[in-house]
Design a protein. Structure first.
Length: 678
């Protein structure tokens, strides 16, 4: 676990807080660690870990976790892959509430600021079935802060290159029965600067990346009230607003590996969520807890005719749009836990939600008689890249109105036994059923289940193993989008097996190793015409290694992931390597407490061997160049104060790199800031 060997920072960067536990799904037994945690792969990142590395948002906080690949591609936002599965196969929770888009299952981690985060818990695909639908790759649960003790808070201000400005503040406290915490955050940057060694193209002729600006404002809060010894109530909320550009590809469609460049923006992004929760200890052996929640997201989506950012003016351009999308989710989770005896706990959970998604606006995609045209398309092997707009020389397109409104219900019923078989062994067995009820009556359902266990061979060695079957329901846009949807989509299903060991080499050093294999069926991806389709069979196999250690004033770690993803759906029987999945991923990180007031931290990332493929019937393959990124940060607390000054540089050596073909990433970024506690 990433935070298991953490040592105190030279000065804590945040106010006195504690985890908000009312969104807990995993069963917590009476011992220090649960059977479930011992049996599966779990990574924990504490608020102190995040602060020491200078991370601003969720994606930046996750970059050193083994098995995760944080990348930026054609959508202009960070995407997170887990063990080769894509963002939508990860279930993202904030205090137990799912925040994945109900349109396509994606989420934008850059819009979750770290100011409100107490801990991030990452669980792999063999995690508890009590999480219900989704999470075929795994679970990321963001646990927010609660106030602790007298009112305290902090303000953090940062400025940097690329016209970056970031301000975050928080305040919280507690008394005998009530605890509270409120955080606000604002982040903006202009078009980012490309590395000095970047070779410009006709579509990217400047040093600033076209249409890469971003801004986001967010406010969140938690309130918890203990009614009596047995009953606790809670309320949480979150609201945010932002805008962002989506950088276009830097090569035109004459390049067989490139997609038709798209010029898009997402503006007036407004998101809100609220949660009411309760935790009731019915008696000494039975606990009932749950929550109801609502999420809403509204945004304006624009696709322009070209680099001049003209909107729906050129009749020769196919696919431009000006639309407003609205998505809402309303649901509840109820979970009953009963201690059968001192070694066994049984839990049952019921989870249901109603997802709705609507679009209204205009789109230019109606072919006018007498012309024929086409655009880019394709992208293969599980990687990114749909088609683009554009038309043939003689093609013309008209505008039609968009007005759609669809909804689905997603339900799950699950049960699980946690059995501590002996003082050194434990077993978790769970099963459940999930269903998606659709407006058109084409309902889908699937069983889920899992079994995992561990054996503490001695005080230093632990062996663990797990096998699970998970399923994810298609998003509403994947089902009903007028241009790309497919109402006949089946659920995505993943069977995952893992075998791991943990070695406590000394009091200050741990080593973890895990082998895994995931068989994925009905993977949803666009075909050559841009229509969503189920693909029969993918298989991801890999190895995760991690070292964490503390030597005197230095805390350091290393992580390595080896991954091979194969598309086994082809009729020829020849499996093809999935694109944009790094074969090798290595991380190194260190924190050096030079003295009680000074902290120097650094982290290094190496990514190598990513295949990608061309469009068209005759498929060509190539590999993205490998790259190494180094980030560093120096923090100093002024003597006798609660004021911390810091300076940092990301991509210190200004390396040219990309996670998708034709989408170069940010060059050297430098920042300076101050954090004031009160």
């Amino acid at each position: 676990m990433l935070g298991s060997l953490a040592i105190p920072l030279c000065h804590a960067a945040w106010a006195d807080t504690q985890p908000y536990t009312l969104g807990q799904i995993e069963v917590v037994d009476q011992s220090a660690t649960s059977v479930s945690d011992n049996s599966t792969t779990v990574w924990r990142i504490s608020a102190d870990d995040i602060a020491a590395r200078g991370a601003r948002t969720l994606d930046e906080a996750l970059t050193i976790v083994p098995g995760l690949n944080v990348r930026n591609g054609g959508e202009g936002v960070p995407r997170i892959d887990m063990r080769g599965q894509r963002t939508r196969q990860i279930k993202l929770l904030v205090n137990g509430v799912p925040v994945n888009s109900n349109a396509d299952g994606q989420f934008n981690p850059s819009m979750i600021p770290v100011a409100q985060i107490q801990e991030i818990v990452v669980r792999t695909g063999t995690a508890s079935v009590l999480y219900g639908e989704g999470g075929t790759a795994g679970i990321i649960n963001v646990i927010t802060r609660r106030g602790a003790g007298p009112a305290s808070g902090n303000v953090d201000v940062r400025v940097g290159t690329n016209s970056t400005r970031a301000v975050s503040s928080s305040i919280g406290g507690s008394d005998d029965r009530l605890d509270w915490f409120i955080a606000a955050d604002y982040l903006e940057h202009g078009d980012f600067r490309l590395p000095s060694g970047y070779d410009h193209t006709a579509l990217q002729s400047s040093d600033k990346r076209v249409n890469s600006d971003f801004n986001d404002a967010n406010v969140a809060g938690n309130f918890s009230y203990r009614v009596n010894r047995d009953l606790q109530l809670g309320f949480g909320f979150n609201a945010g607003r932002g805008d962002q550009g989506k950088p276009p590809g830097t090569f035109d469609a004459s390049d067989p590996f490139a997609q038709q460049p798209r010029y898009e923006r997402t503006e007036d992004i407004e998101q809100t969520s609220a949660q009411l929760s309760a935790d009731w200890a019915i008696n000494d052996s039975t606990r009932l807890h749950g929550w109801i929640y609502g999420n809403a997201l509204q945004q304006d989506e624009l696709r322009f005719d070209g680099a001049d950012m003209a909107l729906l003016q050129n009749t020769k351009i196919n696919g431009g749009f000006d639309k407003t999308s609205n998505s809402e989710s309303l649901g509840y989770h109820v979970q009953l836990e009963h201690i059968l005896n001192e070694r066994m706990t049984f839990s049952v959970a019921l989870d249901t939600r109603r997802d709705s998604y609507s679009e209204n606006g205009r789109i230019r995609d109606v072919a006018i008689a007498g012309g024929g045209g086409g655009g880019g398309g394709g992208g293969g092997g599980g990687g990114g890249g749909g088609g683009g707009g554009g038309g043939g020389a003689g093609a013309s397109y008209g505008i039609r109105a968009l007005d759609t409104d669809n909804s689905v219900h997603v339900d799950s019923v699950t049960g699980e036994f946690d059995y501590r078989t002996t003082a050194a062994t434990g077993l978790v067995i769970g099963a459940g059923w999930i269903a998606q009820r659709r407006d058109d009556g084409a309902d889908q359902s699937a069983p889920i289940g899992g079994i995992s266990g561990y054996w503490d061979m001695d005080s230093a060695w632990r062996v663990k193993a797990g096998l699970s079957r998970k399923a994810r329901a298609p998003g509403i846009a994947q089902l009903y989008d007028s241009a790309r949807g497919n109402p006949n989509l089946k659920m995505e299903e993943t069977t995952t097996a893992e075998l791991g060991t943990s070695w406590k080499a000394s009091a200050n050093t741990t080593v973890d190793a895990t082998l895994f294999r995931s068989a994925i069926r009905n993977f949803i991806q666009s075909d050559a015409d841009g229509r969503q389709q189920n693909h029969d069979r993918y298989r991801n196999t890999g190895l995760e290694l991690q070292l964490r250690s503390v030597t005197g004033p230095v805390q350091y770690g290393a992580g390595y992931t080896y991954l091979v993803g194969k598309d086994q759906s082809g009729e020829t029987g020849n499996a093809r390597t999935l694109q944009y999945l790094p074969r090798h991923r290595l991380t190194l990180d260190a924190q050096w407490h030079i003295d009680e007031r000074t902290l120097l931290s650094a982290d290094l990332l190496y990514v190598g061997k990513q295949d990608y493929y061309s469009r068209g019937t005759t498929v060509q393959s190539d590999q993205l160049p490998s790259y190494v990124l180094l980030n560093s940060r120096l923090a100093y607390t002024l003597p006798g104060t609660k004021t911390q000054l810091y300076i940092g540089v990301d991509n210190l050596f200004d390396r040219v790199y990309a996670a998708s073909y034709g989408f170069p990433q940010e060059g050297r970024y430098a920042y300076i800031g101050v954090n004031q506690r009160f």
